[in-house]
Design a protein around this ligand. Structure first.
Ligand SMILES: C[S@@+](CC[C@H](N)C(=O)[O-])C[C@H]1O[C@@H](n2cnc3c(N)ncnc32)[C@H](O)[C@@H]1O
Length: 157
C-alpha cells in the first residue's frame, strides 16, 4: 500500500516509523532519533503526546499501536485530539488469527478487525458502547488479509 505524499502545506505524521521512514514532506516519528530522518522522538505511552491539538492533517501508524501499553481506545483518543476535524488516521495491525502474531515479543495487543468499530457510532458495537469514548470516528475504508488489518478512519468533530 503506497503511503502517498502530503499536499502542499499539509502536516502528515508517520508514527513509529522504525526503518520505514517516509520522504516527500512527511514528518517521521519514533521513540528515539535512531536515524537522521526521524524528525520527532517521544514515547507514545506517555499522554498527552507533545503535539498540539487540532494540528495534523494525517497520521499513519503501521504496525505500531499493538506495541503500546495504552489501550486501543486510549491511543485513538490521542490521535483524535491531535488531528484536525474530519482528517484521517491510517492504521495497520496484525490480526489475532495471524499465525505470526506471537513471533514478535514486543506485541502487547491481539485484536480482531472489529476493534475499530467501537469508536464509529454507525456500527453495531459503536451504537452499543457509546460510553467507551466521546472521541468518535468514521471508518472510511477497511482492508484485511489473513495476517493484517488496515483501516482509514476520519475524526468526527
Ligand atoms: C514493528 S515496528 C514498525 C516500524 C514501521 N512503522 C514499519 O512499518 O516497519 C514498531 C515501531 O513502533 C515504535 N514504538 C513502539 N513503542 C513505542 C513507544 N512507546 N513510543 C514510540 N514509538 C514506539 C518502535 O520504535 C518501532 O519503530
Amino acid at each position: 500500500m503506497s503511503a502517498g505524499r502530503p499536499p502542499k502545506g499539509a502536516k502528515w505524521l508517520n508514527l513509529g516509523a522504525g526503518n520505514r521512514v517516509l520522504g516527500s514532506g512527511w514528518i517521521n516519528h519514533d521513540a528515539t532519533k535512531h536515524r537522521s530522518e526521524i524528525d520527532l522522538a517521544f514515547d507514545l505511552n506517555r499522554v498527552p503526546w507533545p503535539l498540539k491539538a487540532n494540528d495534523w492533517d494525517h497520521l499513519s501508524a503501521i504496525s505500531v499501536f499493538e506495541h503500546l501499553r495504552l489501550t486501543f481506545i486510549e491511543t485513538l483518543d490521542e490521535c483524535w485530539r491531535v488531528l484536525k476535524p474530519n482528517k484521517t488516521l491510517f492504521v495497520k495491525f496484525p490480526i489475532i488469527t495471524s499465525p505470526f502474531i506471537r513471533h514478535d515479543p514486543t506485541h502487547r495487543w491481539f485484536w480482531t478487525p472489529h476493534v475499530v468499530d467501537f469508536v464509529d457510532p454507525t456500527t453495531v458495537y459503536g451504537k452499543r458502547y457509546t460510553y467507551y469514548t466521546q472521541r468518535k470516528w468514521k471508518i472510511v475504508k477497511r482492508t484485511r488479509s489473513d495476517r493484517n488489518f488496515w483501516a482509514s478512519m476520519e475524526t468526527i468533530k
